[in-house]
Design a protein around this ligand. Structure first.
Ligand code: C2E
Ligand code: MG
Ligand code: MG
Length: 847
């Protein structure tokens, strides 16, 4: 190697001497800056440029008849001198955009270089990512250091860069194993790595094309001459160029490559580098995305684990693929034990099979379902009740790959509803069905007549002289008699018949089927009434006292499905009055002649038509107050100012209006008048916070023109829809539940409030309640009336309030007539009140 290098130098010296020997006039004076960067460029012992680029320069100078002057400088000074034009050319300048603006460059690179990592043979280093946590020796303050640090940062690799003052120092550290790798330029590495016991790694960066840069003022001919000489060499493997390269980097195979291969080779290496960079960039992107996904997954997990619903995913084999914490808590197993299993592993057979049935329905129909399930879990004594929504999960092509379920537990609310139904349909003293249940059953019997014509009977039984008993023996023994009457009456009731306590000292027996012949029915009812009278007339043992008491019975037969519950009740009542008038301890059967009711009814119906045309109605307003007694709003109630009969209450005409289309016109008038009042309040700073409740019949909600009809009336009045509350009763809603709910939803979306009137008197169904778009429920006044005496009503009101709380609904009590009632309601948690105690319904100017 030493010989070869010396030989080249000799040649160069001779050639240079030859160049100097040319006539001075023909030579071009060229000042060359030389800095020390072996083996590319250095000064030899004589002060001549040497190294690869130095030797090549001597030959270029010779061929082009240049007279070279050497200017030694440091790298930085060389660049300054070149820009200032105090030197003409500078070897070993890498091309970049910034330098292209400061200097002139020829086209053909004199040398190609890059930075490369060299490692100890006992370490492994295949890619830049392997540097994570490693130490790398790199020239202090060099472009390589900046570039390598930038690369490492870019790809998020934490490696320690150990600064050194020379490549020699860097290699020495690697040789001693104090660093994993050392950075040098490719030429230095090729020359020294093997001697240092190091091997090159595939990690390369900073590819560079090296040129003889010329000063901006230099003659462009110089550059053309350099290009011509270099191009003539590069194509020829035997040229001087390759012998110089071979001499200075003997360990590298001479790059006797055809010229076209250069761009190809550099393109390939650049390609590889780009591929590496791209792969690293991708890895980094994956890391960033993974982090983002982890963050959003963590957020989703927090939501899924903190909601109070059980959420799960099953595959088409109905095995759990996912279950949130709530599922685990319900089943009493960790999630890991649930995933992969089927419902049969946790629930009893019946539950598992109905769950499977609904799962399959979702998978095959592809439709969402909502279902209430009563589930029995292995090892649990009580069933758990859920409302569950199940929906299919689809792949992008639309095929179904599983289902997702969201179950909300409603066991407690169900229990409250059951309790409420029990409490509100039974009399606690006698344990007989109460008046409410009696009326409900009567309604059902009347409906059934449509299907099957026959006659039934209602017997109203009133105990004679009950007040005298209470006064003589006291309330307590009075209650005992009521209990014994209940037992005897229940003994008189046959299968399918209902014995009930209608209230106070009044009992009833409902007989749905007495056959088809009216006369037979009357005879049978009479026989039964006599039997009851005998049974009740037997002496009573009341705490050791013997009491003789009798009863009176009024019988109403019913066989006409057009008859209403009220009609039958009224008829039975009239018959009872007649029985009492006949001296008690007897019964009477209602006869149509007993009443001029029908005639009155026909007359009223005809009057109603005129009344609507002439607007003979007025609205009365009853205040609603809050816990502090402040009026928060009013309920509007219609009255009919009848020209002959005087002021009529709704009970006398609303039922007739509802039976015909009159209710629509009447309802429009009520809403329009109420809204006008509300709009007027809106103008007053004192009144503009008040709400106004309007009673609606279900037929108005189901108006053929839809919810828009009602909203139009509100809009035309200029009233604030947020201050308007619509009241509907439960029984009205249930008739056409789906359609009514839909309309109410529309009204509520438009800002109106919805209240459920007379709550507790119907069969409150939880699934209805949960689906209804409600703001508040109004506790029926029948519960409020007896709060002071009746522990049962206290329990009912308490249950209603808990139910409302669990459904997030406001509660208002109606029919509050005394401070005591208000205080009990308040103690039970009620915060809104309405009733005569706070104010009667009155025209607005009196209210
Ligand atoms: P509701 O909506 O439950 O109205 C409450 C009824 O109880 C009113 O009877 C009211 O005067 C009465 N009331 C209020 N406070 C007390 C109290 O402390 N004690 C007692 N014993 N009663 C009290 P009203 O005005 O006879 O109305 C009866 C029903 O007629 C109403 O019951 C409502 O369902 C219906 N109604 C009233 N106005 C309208 C209307 O404009 N349209 C329709 N469709 N129905 C109406
Ligand atoms: Mg009302
Ligand atoms: Mg009411």
């Amino acid at each position: 190697m030493t010989l070869g290098k010396r030989g080249i130098r000799l040649t160069a010296a001779i050639l240079l001497t030859g160049a100097v020997a040319l006539p001075a006039s023909a030579a071009t004076e060229v000042r060359v800056g030389v800095y020390h960067n072996p083996p590319k460029i250095l000064l030899d012992a004589n002060g001549w440029p040497s190294g690869i680029l130095g030797d090549l320069l001597h030959e270029i100078a010779r061929e082009n008849q240049w007279n070279l002057t050497t200017v030694p400088c440091t790298w930085h000074d060389c660049l300054v001198a070149l820009q200032a034009g105090t030197i003409d050319i500078l070897p070993d300048v890498a091309f970049n955009a910034e330098r292209a603006g400061r200097f002139q460059f020829h086209r053909q690179p004199a040398l190609r270089s890059w930075s490369q990592l060299y490692r100890h043979p006992q370490t492994t280093l295949q890619a830049i990512t392997d540097l994570s946590g490693q130490r790398v020796a790199v020239l202090q303050d060099s472009v390589q250091e900046t570039e390598l640090r930038h690369l490492l940062n870019e790809f998020g690799i934490a490696a320690e860069l150990v600064p050194v003052n020379s490549y020699d120092d860097a290699f020495a550290l690697a040789t001693r194993g104090e660093v994993t790798a050392a950075v040098s330029n490719r030429h230095y590495g090729e020359l020294h790595a093997r001697d240092a016991g190091l091997v090159p790694t595939p990690v390369v960066f900073m590819p560079a094309r090296l040129f003889y840069a010329a000063a901006p003022q230099a003659d462009p001919v110089l550059l053309a001459q350099i290009d011509r000489t270099l191009e003539s060499w590069i194509d020829n493997p035997d040229s001087y160029y390759y012998s110089v390269l071979q001499a200075w980097t003997p360990l590298v195979e001479p790059q006797a490559l055809p010229r076209w291969l250069w761009p190809l080779a550099s393109a390939v290496s650049l390609g590889l580098l780009l591929a590496l960079v791209a792969s690293l960039w991708l890895r980094r992107q994956v890391r960033v995305r993974t982090q983002e996904l982890r963050t959003s997954e963590a957020q989703l997990r927090t939501i899924l684990e903190s909601v109070d619903a059980a959420i799960f995913i099953k595959d088409t084999d109905l095995r759990y693929q996912y279950a949130n914490d709530k599922v685990a808590r319900i089943l009493g197993r960790p999630v890991t034990e649930i995933v992969g299993h089927r419902d049969a592993d946790w629930f009893d057979q019946e539950t598992a099979s109905h769950l499977e049935e609904s799962d399959r329905a979702v998978l095959t129909s592809g439709k969402r379902i909502v279902k209430e399930d009563v589930n029995r879990i292995h090892g649990h004594s009580d069933p758990v009740i859920f409302i569950t929504v199940k929906l299919p999960l689809r792949r992008p092509d639309g095929s179904i790959h599983g289902l997702c379920g969201i179950s909300t537990e409603i066991t407690e609310q169900r229990r409250l509803v059951r309790e409420l139904q029990m409490l509100s349909h039974h009399d606690p003293l006698t344990r007989l069905p109460n008046r409410r249940q009696l009326l409900e059953r009567l309604r059902q019997c009347l409906e059934a007549l449509l299907e099957q014509p026959r006659a039934g009977a209602l017997l109203l039984i009133n105990l004679d002289h009950m007040r005298a008993l209470n006064e003589q023996l006291g309330q307590h023994l009075g209650d005992q008699r009521l209990q014994q009457v209940a037992q005897r009456l229940a003994g008189c009731a046959g299968a399918g018949e209902l014995a009930a306590r209608a209230g106070g000292d009044e009992f009833a027996l409902l007989i749905p089927d007495l056959g088809v012949a009216p006369q037979d029915a009357a005879t049978k009812a009479g026989t039964l009434a006599r039997h009851i009278l005998q049974s009740l007339a037997r002496p009573y043992d009341l705490g050791g006292n013997v009491w003789h008491g009798t009863a009176s019975v009024g019988i109403a037969l019913f066989s006409d499905p057009q008859e209403g519950v009220d009609d039958v009740l009224r008829h039975a009542d009239m018959a009872l009055s007649q029985a009492k008038a006949a001296g008690r301890n007897t019964f009477r059967l209602f006869h149509p002649d007993m009443s001029a009711m029908l005639a009155a009814r026909t007359g009223l119906e005809a009057d109603l038509r005129t009344a609507i045309a002439e607007e003979q109605f007025v609205l009365h307003y009853q205040p609603q107050v809050d816990d502090f007694g402040e009026i928060t709003g009013y309920e509007a109630m219609v009255r009919w100012q009848h020209p002959r009969r005087g002021l009529l209450l709704p009970v006398h005409f609303i039922p007739f209006a509802e039976a015909s289309d009159h209710i629509l016109a009447l309802g429009d008038w009520v809403l329009r008048t109420a809204c006008r009042q509300l709009a007027q309040w809106g103008q007053s700073p004192k009144l503009n916070q008040l709400t106004l409740a309007v009673n609606l019949s279900a037929r108005e909600v189901l108006h053929p023109d839809g919810a828009q009809h009602l909203l139009r009336i509100v809009a035309e009045s200029g009233a604030n829809p947020h201050r308007l509350e619509l009241e509907l009763t439960e029984s009205q809603l249930i008739e056409d539940f789906e359609a009514t709910t839909e309309r109410l939803r529309e009204l509520r979306t438009a800002g109106l409030r919805i209240a459920l009137d007379d709550f507790g008197t119907g069969y409150s169904s939880l699934s209805y309640l949960k689906q209804l778009p409600l703001d508040r429920i109004k506790i029926d006044m029948s519960f409020v009336r007896d709060l002071v005496h009746d522990a049962n009503d206290v329990a009912i009101v308490r249950t209603i309030i808990s139910l409302a709380e669990s459904l997030d609904l406001e509660v208002i009590a109606e029919g509050v007539e005394s401070a005591t009632q208000r205080d009990i309601l308040r103690e039970l948690g009620c915060r809104h009140f309405q009733g005569y105690w706070f104010g009667r319904p009155q025209p607005w100017h009196d209210a």
